[in-house]
Design a protein around this ligand. Structure first.
Ligand code: GLA
Length: 658
């Protein structure tokens, strides 16, 4: 179906007569590892899938095959005169939904925009003067409909060069700016201000409070069965009879006293605010040990994370035995003669581990699959579910992540309708956990199958992943967030959409379970990540290296005013308000009648993001506070605007003023 004649070098556009360019430098001759793209790798003179470059039936000999979203930066070193190319969707893409937009920017200004191009549409020609431009950026966006099937060709892309040759370079490095003010020495009691528990089960709550230690806590009136450690602010005991108890809290040190309340709701619902904590997966993968778990718990306290509400210290996969693994200490029988799960040799004593975590006032999380094996090939719960649920309770775990993984093998043989099969393992584990004499929060990990947000709560889940592993698509945090927010109506206290863990600081590349290294996101992207997760009331699980927490990472993770938005008792997921091209707002109603508003810029250029009152559905005058900076910024009426860095975000809280 494609033209057999390749558009080859001999068919180059003739250079304008006035141009003295001596040399043609092909984009595909340059270092293509500098391309950042959402899928696959940039290909030299081939499409992203390795075929002949082809647009609307026309084949091309040279060019770069890439995939939206794709960005590459070039330093033209002052030597390039023109940039020429023909661009479009590659014919090999298999879906009619493929659509793209190509954009070119020079020194921070947009120079060219293809508009939306779809599969089969003729290529667009670029012939751009770039004399005097130093920094050039070639961008392919998904044209607003997601990146699936978006195979993009910069065909015949070349520079006419009269001096130095252009080169591809890493994206410009952004300044690392710390926005969260350092906590002061005076006490400050932070969220959550409500906690759920089941009557008669063990109760544990560490009052999150910043400020200089020593500090003395009070909690009055305390329901019968609970005691407070006045030095640590840890409440323990047995959860009271069904009912709501409002406890007045105070925290005092030599700089002052802070007061707050904690509402304890003894009933059927746990996780009344989104779960917060740390999970080992994106840092330690199949290298996790008891020592690393204890270290994480210690750092959660020493870093101040526990003082802003982080609470769960969760093991992910690979704590059990596998039949095969490079580390012999992880190989062994899955179970003992009675069928009890056997942790591997890196976990000599599970009770001692959870005790270590509980002593700090924190909670312990664990992980398994309903299938015969976990995703990484370790022991699963299949046909041992009741025993395992009991075991997790006996070991002292407070949260279970139940990961579908090899359950697909079981489901494939099950004649029941699809939705019944999706629910089945979770219905079973949900019931078993409720039968334990312990509060165990259940996180469903099955990547959104069967619209899990519609039934996750009904089967006993407290949160559910709405998509696949975010570690594989970190450059798509905006898209993943926007998709997650589409399920906002299903979310409520005790029932949370989970777009996966916060991956900032030191994390290992999910492709290949790499060793931790600085995460590839820019500082602005990291602020956006945390801002979006807070506005969506998503579970906040940091999954970076606790042993290498730097000041910037703590600043992103530990802003109590942002976290208060996440932990707001209404539990609302922000609603998305599209603004200009690549900007949007996210608006979240808060329990005190105020609103949190995020202004985001998904684009590659700094932008002033403006949201007008009609767009936001606001009326009148609002007292406004910049939450990252923790600064009042006066009153706003008619609109809210902020300068926002490329791929950045700003978050404000607005109170109606009369
Ligand atoms: C799946 C899950 C991840 C992680 C791994 C462990 O990929 O989605 O979050 O738990 O399994 O193998």
């Amino acid at each position: 179906m494609f033209a057999t004649v390749l558009w080859s070098a001999s068919l180059l556009f003739a250079a304008p007569a006035s141009l003295s360019a001596a040399e043609t430098v092909w984009l595909s001759e340059l270092d293509l590892t500098m391309f950042r793209q959402s899928w696959g790798e940039a290909q030299r003179d081939r499409s992203v899938t390795g075929k002949t470059l082809s647009i609307a039936g026309q084949a091309y000999e040279r060019g770069v095959g890439t995939h939206a979203r794709s960005v590459v930066w070039l330093d033209l070193v002052g030597g390039s005169e023109r940039f020429l190319a023909v661009v479009g969707v590659d014919d090999a893409t298999t879906s009619d939904s493929a659509s793209l937009a190509f954009q070119i920017a020079g020194d921070g200004r947009k120079l060219w925009d293809s508009g939306v191009l779809r599969r089969g549409q003729p290529a667009k020609t670029v012939d751009l003067e770039v004399r005097g431009v130093r920094s050039l950026m070639l961008l392919v966006t998904d044209a607003g409909d997601g990146v699936s099937y978006d195979h993009a060709n910069w065909a015949q892309a070349r520079f006419l060069v009269s001096g130095a040759r252009p080169r591809t370079v890493p994206a410009p490095v952004e300044d690392v700016v710390i926005l969260t003010p350092k906590p002061g020495p005076a006490p400050r009691i932070n969220s959550p201000r409500v906690t759920g528990c089941r009557p008669g089960n063990p109760f544990l709550f560490r009052i999150p409070a910043q400020g200089e230690r020593p500090m003395t806590f009070t909690a009055n009136p305390l329901p019968a069965g609970l005691t407070l450690d006045a030095d640590t602010g840890i409440l323990r005991g047995t959860a009271p009879a069904r009912g709501e108890y409002v406890v007045n809290l105070s925290a005092r040190n030599r700089h002052g006293t802070a007061q707050s309340t904690l509402r304890i709701v003894a009933g059927d619902t746990l996780a009344l605010t989104p779960t917060m904590g740390w999970n080992h997966w994106y840092t330690h993968y199949d290298r996790i040990t008891d020592r690393l778990m204890r270290e994480a718990a210690d750092v959660m306290v020493s870093s101040g994370m526990a003082d802003v509400g982080y609470q769960y210290v969760s093991i992910d996969d690979c704590w059990m035995n596998a039949a095969k693994h490079a580390d012999p200490l992880r190989v062994g029988p899955h179970r003992d003669a009675e069928g009890n799960l056997l942790p591997n040799k890196h976990f000599p004593d599970m009770n001692a581990l959870t005790e270590h975590i509980h002593r700090l006032g924190l909670k312990a999380g664990t992980y398994i699959s309903p299938g015969p094996r976990t995703c990484a090939g370790f022991a699963g719960s299949w046909q041992h579910e009741a025993r395992d649920a009991r075991q997790f309770a006996d070991w002292g775990f407070d949260l279970l992540k139940y990961d579908w993984c090899s359950y697909g093998e079981i489901a494939a043989k099950d004649p029941d309708p699809e939705l019944v099969k999706f629910k089945k393992p979770y219905v079973l584990m949900g019931r078993l956990l409720q039968e334990q004499p312990r509060d165990i929060v259940l996180n469903l990990c099955q990547y959104g199958m069967g619209d899990v947000w519609k039934w996750g709560a009904e089967v006993g889940g407290h949160s559910w992943r709405t998509a696949g592993d975010l570690g594989f698509e970190l450059d798509r945090i905006f898209e993943v967030a926007l998709q997650n927010a589409e399920h906002r109506d299903w979310q409520r206290p005790g029932a949370w959409n989970d777009p996966d863990y916060i991956q900032i600081g030191y994390i290992g590349n999910a492709h290949g379970m790499g060793q931790p290294r600085p995460c590839p996101l820019t500082p602005s992207e990291q602020y956006s990540f945390m801002s979006l997760w807070c506005l969506m009331a998503s579970p906040l699980f940091f999954s970076g290296d606790m042993g290498r927490l730097d000041e910037f990472t703590v600043n992103v993770l530990c802003n109590p005013e942002l976290i208060e938005v996440n932990q707001d008792p209404l539990g609302q997921c922000g609603r998305v308000v599209p603004l200009a091209d690549e900007t949007f707002a996210m608006v979240k109603d808060l329990a005190d009648g105020s609103k949190a508003v995020g202004l985001f810029n998904r684009g590659e250029f700094p932008a002033t993001v403006t949201a007008t009152w009609p767009a936001l559905g606001f009326e009148g005058r609002y007292r406004t506070r910049d939450l990252w900076r923790q600064q009042d910024v006066g009153f706003r009426q008619e609109s809210l605007a902020a300068p926002v860095a490329r791929r950045g975000g700003a978050v404000f809280r607005l109170w109606r003023a009369e």
